[in-house]
Design a protein around this ligand. Structure first.
Ligand code: ADP
Ligand code: TYD
Length: 209
C-alpha cells in the first residue's frame, strides 16, 4: 500500500465485546473520523442490510465473503482513502480482520479465498488494530440485551462466539506488529484509557516521527 498522510485504526472483537463503544470513545479522543463495517459509505450501508438482517442461513459463507468484500471496496473507495489522503485519522468499527475471522475461520474454513479477494480488491491494512477481548458468555449477554433487528450473526450462539474469540486471538499472533489485544472485561472507562494511551502514542509517532 502506498504511503498515506493519515492514520488508519480499526477496532475488532466478538459481538457485544464493547468494540463499538470503544471505537466511538477513541474517535472522540483523537478527533478522528468514525466509521464502521459492514457499512461506512451510502452504498455499503445498503449492502449491510442484506448481511445483518434475516435468517442465519440466508447466505452461504462464500456469498457472504463476496458481499462483505463488495461493501468494503465501496467503503475504502468512498470514505477511508479520501479521508486518509486529507491527513485524517480514521477509526473503523470492524474491517478486514472481521472477514478473516468470521468467514475465514469461525463460520467456514475459507481463509484462502478471503485472502485472495482481499489482495485483489482491497489491499489496504490498518496501521493499528485493537482487539477488544472478552468472555463470550458475558459478551453475548450484552449483545442480546440490546434486542435489535440486526441479530443474524448473534443468533449463531455461544460456541460460535468462542470460535470467534479464538480467531481474533490467532490474528494477534499472525499480525503482532499492528494488533494490540485489550482486556474488555472491565469498565468502559478502564478499557478506553488503555486504548487511548496506546493510540495516542502511536499517532504521535506516525504523524510527527
Ligand atoms: P459491540 O460493538 O462489540 O457489539 P457495544 O459497544 O455495542 O459492543 O456494547 C454492547 C453493549 O454492552 C452495549 O449495551 C454497551 O453499552 C455495553 N457495554 C460496552 N462496553 C461495556 C463495558 N466495558 N462494561 C459493561 N457494558 C458495556
Ligand atoms: P456489527 O454491526 O459490528 O455487529 P455487532 O455490533 O453486533 O458486533 O457487525 C454485524 C455482524 O457482521 C457481526 O456479527 C459481525 C459480522 N461481520 C462478518 O461476519 N464479517 C465481516 O467482514 C464484518 C465486517 C462483519
Amino acid at each position: 500500500m502506498s504511503k498515506r498522510a493519515g492514520v488508519f485504526i480499526t477496532v475488532e472483537g466478538i459481538d457485544g465485546s464493547g468494540k463499538s463503544t470503544q471505537a466511538r470513545r477513541l474517535a472522540a479522543v483523537l478527533g478522528a473520523r468514525l466509521t464502521r463495517e459492514p457499512g461506512g459509505s451510502p452504498g455499503a450501508e445498503e449492502i449491510r442490510k442484506l448481511l445483518v438482517e434475516g435468517a442465519a442461513t440466508r447466505w452461504s459463507p462464500e456469498t457472504e465473503i463476496l458481499l462483505f468484500s463488495a461493501a468494503r471496496r465501496d467503503h475504502v473507495e468512498k470514505t477511508i482513502l479520501p479521508a486518509l489522503a486529507e491527513g485524517a485519522i480514521v477509526v473503523s468499527d470492524r474491517f478486514a480482520d472481521s472477514t478473516r475471522v468470521y468467514q475465514g475461520a469461525a463460520r467456514a474454513a475459507l481463509r484462502g479465498k478471503v485472502d485472495l479477494l482481499h489482495a485483489a480488491m482491497i489491499g489496504l491494512e490498518p496501521d493499528l488494530t485493537f482487539v477488544i477481548d472478552m468472555d463470550p458468555a458475558q459478551a453475548l449477554k450484552r449483545g442480546l440485551a440490546r434486542g435489535h433487528e440486526e441479530d443474524r450473526f448473534e443468533s449463531l450462539g455461544l460456541a460460535f462466539q468462542q470460535a470467534l474469540r479464538a480467531g481474533f486471538l490467532a490474528l494477534a499472533d499472525e499480525f503482532p506488529q499492528r494488533v494490540r489485544v485489550i482486556d474488555g472485561n472491565r469498565s468502559v472507562d478502564a478499557v478506553a484509557a488503555d486504548v487511548a494511551g496506546i493510540a495516542e502514542t502511536f499517532v504521535r509517532t506516525a504523524l510527527h516521527g
